[in-house]
Design a protein around this ligand. Structure first.
Ligand code: KG4
Ligand code: ZN
Length: 341
């Protein structure tokens, strides 16, 4: 007898992308529609929460319909509806949560709440099954964490940023260089044609813990630029970008490798928007091959590094198998932690 396939409609609206996807058995993408709002936030230099919520309301129905049409499924084919419950902007999250609740209620489907950061980790599941124990370096616009996983759906934060997230630091220094929001990708591109001539600090690199700090680096960067401006000197923006990136990458890679060694993991996964960073992907690959060749390194394809609903569908499949459904009073939790139950 062939087993019935599990088709999950997943919804993601935690920040500035309205996304819906149809995912089969947690690892096959039938559709993954992502409507980005970046253009609307660009002129403000960052995401404006009220504008984000309004765009989600305008887009959500259409994005869900498009995901269903592209996957050629009807509501009767679905096994469950999954949605990001947090972390994220409350007004943005609520749009997805309410859409998911309405669909679950109308079609009598299980409702599965998903942690956005768990989603980023499970974006790797589309490449291959995850082998445990596993370490995840999760780097996004709002988070920078090292997460240890003993098994599917079990998360332990072993280190995190004490101040800015890596992506946040990228976007802030991007603004200082006059780049449009979000600056991360542009700095990454400039870094590849510049040199690390400024040797910015590598905060907490030698400390005996797995925490990070990027605010000192950000200040060092800003001070360097402002001091030069006062002396009417022009600094090479490509070298500034390369120096900033060298510092971020060295700290992330060094501490991640140390954590992998200490926890004796089988797999290291990279996750989150900053996982798209070419410098980070290359250095991590190079260092892991040199230092820990026995550990499998998984890096998501570029299309699944940023926010998308397919990754939410992959994470939801774990909860689906455990029948971890939510009731209709499901709420958005803006500061939800990955290790919270
Ligand atoms: O995961 P994500 O899409 O949204 C959050 O959950 O926060 O991450 C967005 C972050 C932004 O800060 C953006 O600048 C950064 O990821 N980012 C990058 C690159 N591409 C996106 N940072 C560095 N290098 C990149 N290539
Ligand atoms: Zn994200």
């Amino acid at each position: 007898m062939t087993q019935k396939k599990t088709l999950i409609l997943a919804i993601e609206t935690s920040c500035d992308e309205t996304s819906a996807a149809i995912v089969e058995d947690g690892h096959i993408i039938h559709s993954n529609i992502v409507a980005s709002q970046i253009k609307s936030h660009m002129r403000f230099g960052g995401v404006v929460p009220e504008i984000a919520s309004r765009h989600h309301v305008e887009q959500i129905t259409q994005v869900i319909e498009e995901a269903m049409t592209q996957a050629e499924v009807t509501y009767a084919d679905l096994s469950a509806v999954a949605v990001t419950e947090g972390p994220g902007l409350v007004g943005a999250l609520l749009v997805g949560v309410n859409a998911a609740k309405a669909i679950a209620f109308a079609h009598q489907l299980p409702l599965i709440p998903v942690n956005h950061m768990a989603g980023h980790i499970y974006a790797n599941r589309f490449e291959a099954p995850l082998n445990f124990p596993l370490m995840a370096l999760v780097v996004s616009g709002g988070h920078t964490e090292l997460v240890y996983m003993e098994a599917d759906g079990i998360f332990e934060i072993v280190g995190e940023t004490r101040d800015d997230a890596a992506g946040e630091a990228y976007d802030k220094v991007g603004r200082v260089l006059g780049l449009t929001y979000p600056g991360g990708k542009q700095i990454d591109e400039m870094a590849h044609i510049g040199q690390d001539t400024f040797h910015f600090p590598r905060a907490m690199i030698k400390e005996n813990n797995y925490d990070f700090s990027f605010s000192g680096l950000k200040s060092a960067f800003i001070n360097t630029v402002h001091n030069a401006e006062q002396k009417q000197m022009t600094l090479d923006k490509k070298d500034l970008a390369a120096s900033f990136q060298a510092s971020v990458v060295e700290v992330l890679v060094t501490k991640t490798i140390r954590a992998c060694e200490e926890y004796g993991v089988k797999t290291l996964v990279l996750a989150g928007g900053v996982a798209a960073n070419a410098g980070l992907r290359a250095t991590l690959t190079e260092q892991m091959t040199a230092c820990l060749p026995q550990i499998k390194l998984m890096i998501p394809p570029l299309a699944l590094c940023g926010d998308n609903a397919a990754m939410i569908g992959a994470a939801a499949y774990i909860s689906y198998q455990k029948e971890e459904w939510a009731a209709y009073d499901l709420n958005a939790i803006p500061s939800l932690e990955i290790d919270e139950k």
